[in-house]
Design a protein around this ligand. Structure first.
Ligand code: SAM
Length: 285
């Protein structure tokens, strides 16, 4: 691989547990670049040694001295290629890199992703909860009051919620989630994804809280918490349902429009019919 005349910043995903999840392309890029910027050079040594990667490394952290960011950007300006990796998974996803990528983009430099593992996507993909719309909020606040406020703000959101959680806080967080969102809300915990003792638990928030409280094993390791979207209450017409209904009302009788909209959205047919009557165009005499 030849360096681009303007240099390329590669954002390289690395495994979140199982080293075999490293893609061959990621290995090639790490071999070829002039320098690898790591969140922690000592931590990444294990991965680099495993793949016999000898490219020089340096530390990069968004909050470290400006010098390391400038050093990387200068090298890119000179035509060198640089790879950014974090301790695990995709850089910038609750990991360093945002400032560097933002500055590289400002300077018009090439920034290329080398896709791979990401804990949030892995957890969501096996949760069995809706994946068409979700919010990823990184780590919830450490303090219970702040955590509850974040959950309250999303209490009636029509999207799955995904967050990272520290093992020593998972019991408190589940208790807060039960208090704010209700114990009956479906949720999912993906623990130690791709590692030897991985576990996946799907239940209501109440049940998950009881299960994790009773089992200290479940309070260890790395974990992602996925919480189901707010169930639509009967009679409530979501924005999506309203859009579908209005399209149908333009073409069909209120009763047919409501019946079809109920089949498409799973919402209450009577509420949709009521809304269809209110909004259907007047019929000519
Ligand atoms: N950049 C990473 C990514 O792409 O997923 C995330 C880094 S963030 C600092 C670390 C958090 O990600 C952990 O506290 C945990 O919530 C989640 N995580 C990372 N690896 C995981 C794994 N193997 N299983 C479950 N969660 C994991």
């Amino acid at each position: 691989m030849h360096p681009d005349p303007w240099g390329t910043l590669y954002i390289v995903a690395t495994p979140i547990g199982n080293l075999a999840d490293m893609s061959p392309r990621a290995v090639d890029v790490l071999h070829s670049v002039e320098i690898i910027a790591c969140e922690d050079t000592r931590h990444s040594k294990k991965l680099l040694d495993h793949y016999h990667i000898k490219s020089p490394t340096m530390t990069y952290h968004d909050h470290s001295d400006r010098q390391s960011a400038d050093k990387i950007l200068d090298r890119l300006d000179r035509g060198d290629s640089v790879a950014l990796i974090s301790d695990a998974g995709t850089p910038l996803i609750s990991d360093p890199g945002y400032r560097l990528v933002a500055e590289a983009r400002k300077r018009g430099l090439n920034v290329i992703p080398i896709p791979g593992s990401c804990a949030l996507v892995s957890a969501l993909s096996v949760s069995g909860l809706a994946t068409d719309r979700f919010s990823f909020i990184g780590f919830l606040p450490a303090k219970s009051s702040a955590r509850k406020s974040v959950l309250q703000a999303r209490q009636s959101a029509n999207e799955t919620l995904v967050c990272y959680e520290a093992p020593h806080r998972i019991v408190e967080t589940l208790a807060d989630a039960v208090a704010v969102l209700g114990g009956q809300r479906e949720a999912f915990i993906a623990r130690e994804i791709s590692k030897k003792f991985e576990t996946y638990s799907r239940a209501t928030l109440f049940e998950l809280h009881a299960m994790v409280s009773d089992d200290s094993f479940q309070q260890r390791g790395e974990m992602v918490l996925v919480i189901a979207a707010s169930p639509p209450s009967p009679g409530v017409i979501t924005a999506d349902a309203e859009r579908i209904l209005q399209l149908l009302v333009g073409e069909l009788s209120p009763s047919k429009a409501a019946s079809l909209a109920a089949k498409i959205t799973g919402l209450d047919k009577r509420a949709l019919y009521q809304r269809a009557i209110e909004t259907s165009p007047p019929t000519s005499p």
